[in-house]
Design a protein. Structure first.
Ligand SMILES: O=C(O)CCC(=O)C(=O)O
Ligand SMILES: [Fe+2]
Length: 179
């Protein structure tokens, strides 16, 4: 807090720092993760997801699924006793979908048939995670998988998540698609 105000600049610079640190390690992905490019990926993805539901390619876009995107940078310091803690607790994303850029440290795990399965980092790859809103809209044909981040002896680990979650001022009611 700064004079009673939230120190938003610290969060903001952390986010930029995270993106820059990843880009320093993998300069080839710089063009993948600008805000404009992420909106393009979002539009391509939502078309594919619409088609996956046998809908018109623009159907989900018409529900404003890609209208708003929030970027959050994560910084997980190296941990001397990783088994005693977690980098990020178990959750599902309350979004339509999330595009995630992670560095090469690893630690992200998804819950699959009651087992935690690690996501091996692939240099330059963006990871797409279905969120709760898309699970509801798709009538559970797409699943919003629970995930967590384990702490690592090595680090820091850095990731940047781009959350596509509709407009903050949206008053639209979402419900499962009729079959
Ligand atoms: O840091 C990660 O790999 C995952 C972060 C995450 O799950 C989130 O921001 O919702
Ligand atoms: Fe998440």
């Amino acid at each position: 807090m700064l004079n009673g105000r939230t120190a938003w600049s610290a969060e903001c610079s952390l986010q930029i720092l995270s993106t820059l640190k990843i880009c320093q390690k993998h300069p080839e992905i710089l063009c993948l993760c600008t805000r404009d490019t992420l909106f393009v990926w979002g539009d391509i993805l939502i078309e594919l997801l619409s088609e996956g539901l046998r809908l018109h390619p623009q159907h989900l876009k018409g529900l404003d699924c890609t209208k708003n995107m929030v970027n959050i940078g994560h910084y997980y310091p190296a941990c001397p006793e990783p088994e005693l803690t977690l980098g990020g607790g178990k959750h599902s994303d309350p979004t339509f979908f999330t595009i995630l850029l992670q560095d090469d440290i690893g630690g992200l795990q998804f819950l699959h048939h009651n087992c935690w399965v690690g996501v091996t980092p692939v240099p330059g790859a963006l990871l797409v995670n279905i969120g709760d809103l898309l699970q509801v809209i798709s009538n559970e044909r797409f699943k919003s998988a629970e995930h967590r981040v384990v702490a690592n002896l090595t680090g820091p680990r850095i990731s940047v998540a781009s959350f596509f979650s509709g407009s903050k001022t949206c008053t639209r009611l979402y419900s499962p698609l009729k079959n």
